[in-house]
Design a protein around this ligand. Structure first.
Ligand code: PA5
Length: 445
C-alpha cells in the first residue's frame, strides 16, 4: 500500500527554497491538527477512525449487508454530499462504473436523494418495480431536503410493498447517535440504525457506516479498506515534511496557490475514478473554499477529456495546476492484437498491453502540459483495491486538513452551504421565511 509523491516535473515551478520556507508552517499545521487546537477541532474524529472505529457496529454493518444481499435485488442509498459521494466513489472504483450492469450475486445499488430532479427519482422508482428493495437512508442532520424528500418516496414504496412491519426490516438509517428527526423516526419505527459520530463531518465520513454499509453490500472487503486507512494513518503521521508525502503534497498545492494558481485539476486515466474525483472536489471545495480563499478543485478523466478540456489546459489561461493520480496497474490488462491488414495503421500499438498505451499517453501529456506552463504533481498509486482505497481516502483527508490550516481557514465547516437553502425555503414558502420570500421574488421579477 502506498501513495508516492512524484515531483520530477515540478522543479521549474516550485524551488527547493520555497519548500524549505513553508516547512515550519506545515509543522505548525501538523501540531495544530494532532493537538486538536485549531479551527473546527471538534471534528477531528476522522484522524483516528481507522484505529478507533466502533468494532461492534462494524460487525453489525457486515451482518446488515449480508441480510440485504440475501433479501434484496436493489439497495437504494439515499443521501447527499458527504452522505453519498464516498460510497458511490468506492463502488465505482473498486467494483466498476458498470456495477449495476454486471453479472453478480450482490444487489444493484442506486443512489437517490442527491438532487431534486423528478426525472431522476422517477427512473429509480421504475427500476424498483417488481424487485425486492432495501433502503439505506443516510443523513447526519436528518433534515437535509434532498434525501428527506427521497426517503418519503421510498419509505412509502416499501410500506406499500411489504407492509409497515416488512418495511421496517428493509430500512437502515445512518444518522446521528442521539439527535435529529431521522434518529427519532428510526427509534419510533424500529429501523436498524448506524451512527455518524459527532466528531466526524459529512465529507470526512466515508470510513464510517456512511460509506461502509453500501460498500459491504457491493461486496467490498471492509477489513481491507480499514487496514489501508490504518496504514496511511501511520505512514502520514510524521511531522517531517521530507518524510511525509501527504504533507509535501499539501505544501506544494499551497505554494502554487500563493503563486497565483487558482484551480487544482485532479487528473486520472481511469474512468472508474470519476466519482473519486467528485468525492475529492467536495472534500477540498467545502474544506478550503471560504473567507474569499481556496483553490477551486476541478477534475478531468484522460484521455477522454484531452479531447475536450485538453485544449484549454495546454493553451488557455494559465490558472491551474494538475494533480495526476497515476494508477500503475489495471485490475486486468488488455492485450492488443496485431492486425495483418493494418488498415488503420495501428500495428505500432499491437502486441502489447493497453496499459502501456495509457501510460505513454500519460507521460506524453505530463510533458506537454508542463511545457505549456501547467505544473504537474504526480501521485503514484500501485493498483486499485480495497486497501489502496482506504489508504487514498486517508491521504486526501489529511492533505485537505493540513491544506486548510495552511490557508488559515476552518477545514471542517461549510457555512456557505446554507445560503441556497435559505433562499430555496423562502421561495417555496417554508413557514418562518415570509419576509425573505417577498424580497427574493421581487429580485426575480
Ligand atoms: O460535508 C458535509 O457536511 C455535507 O456535504 C453533508 O454531508 C451534506 O450536506 C449532507 O448532510 P446530512 O448528512 O446532514 O444530510
Amino acid at each position: 500500500m502506498a501513495i508516492t509523491l512524484n515531483t520530477k516535473h515540478m522543479k521549474e515551478f516550485v524551488s527547493d527554497h520555497e519548500l524549505a520556507a513553508i516547512e515550519p508552517q506545515v509543522a505548525a499545521a501538523h501540531k495544530t491538527l494532532t493537538e486538536g487546537t485549531g479551527l473546527g477541532n471538534d471534528f477531528l474524529g476522522w484522524t483516528t477512525l481507522p484505529r478507533d472505529y466502533d468494532k461492534e457496529e462494524f460487525s453489525r454493518i457486515k451482518a446488515a449487508a449480508k441480510k440485504i444481499q440475501s433479501d434484496s435485488d436493489i439497495l437504494v442509498v439515499i443521501g447527499i454530499g458527504g452522505s453519498y459521494l464516498g460510497a458511490r466513489a468506492a463502488i465505482e472504483l473498486l467494483c466498476s462504473p458498470f456495477y449495476n450492469n454486471k453479472k453478480k450475486d450482490t444487489p444493484d445499488i442506486y443512489f437517490a436523494g442527491n438532487n431534486i430532479s423528478a426525472d431522476y427519482l422517477n427512473t429509480i422508482v421504475e427500476l424498483c418495480e417488481g424487485r425486492d428493495v432495501s433502503v439505506n437512508i443516510i443523513s447526519k442532520s436528518g433534515t437535509t431536503t434532498e434525501p428527506a424528500l427521497a426517503f418519503r418516496v421510498f419509505r412509502d414504496m416499501l410500506e406499500k410493498k411489504y407492509g409497515k412491519e416488512g418495511a421496517k426490516g428493509r430500512i437502515y438509517a445512518t444518522t446521528d447517535k442521539a439527535k435529529g428527526t431521522l434518529k427519532q423516526l428510526s427509534d419510533k419505527e424500529g429501523y436498524e440504525t448506524f451512527v455518524i459520530p459527532d466528531d466526524v463531518g459529512g465529507r470526512y465520513s466515508v470510513l464510517t457506516a456512511v460509506g461502509l454499509l453500501p460498500m459491504a453490500v457491493a461486496g467490498i472487503d471492509l477489513d481491507q479498506v480499514m487496514a489501508g486507512a490504518a496504514q496511511a494513518m501511520e505512514d502520514f503521521s510524521d511531522p517531517d515534511m521530507a518524510k511525509n508525502d501527504c504533507y509535501r503534497y499539501a505544501a506544494l498545492r499551497n505554494i502554487l496557490y500563493r503563486k497565483g494558481k487558482s484551480v487544482e485539476l485532479l487528473v486520472s486515466y481511469e474512468p472508474a475514478f470519476t466519482m473519486m474525483n467528485e468525492w475529492f472536489k467536495q472534500l477540498f471545495g467545502e474544506s478550503e473554499g471560504k473567507d474569499g480563499k481556496g483553490l477551486l478543485p476541478a477534475s478531468v478523466v484522460f484521455s477522454t477529456d484531452l479531447h475536450s478540456m485538453g485544449q484549454f489546459i495546454q493553451e488557455g489561461r494559465r490558472l491551474m495546476f494538475e494533480t495526476v493520480v497515476e494508477i500503475k496497474k489495471p485490475k486486468k490488462d488488455f492485450y492488443i492484437q496485431s492486425d495483418p491488414a493494418n488498415f488503420d495503421g495501428l500495428n505500432f500499438l499491437a502486441e502489447q498491453n493497453m496499459s502501456v498505451v495509457n501510460e505513454k499517453a500519460m507521460q506524453g501529456t505530463v510533458l506537454a502540459h508542463t511545457q505549456g506552463g501547467v505544473p504537474n504533481i504526480i501521485l503514484e498509486v500501485p493498483q486499485i483495491d480495497a486497501s489502496e482505497f482506504g489508504y487514498m481516502v486517508y491521504f486526501f483527508e489529511k492533505a485537505c486538513a493540513i491544506s486548510g490550516y495552511l490557508l488559515a481557514v476552518n477545514p471542517f465547516n461549510q457555512p456557505g452551504v446554507e445560503s441556497y437553502k435559505k433562499n430555496m425555503f423562502a421561495l417555496l414558502g417554508k413557514p418562518g421565511y415570509e419576509d425573505q420570500k417577498a424580497d427574493l421574488e421581487a429580485k426575480l421579477k
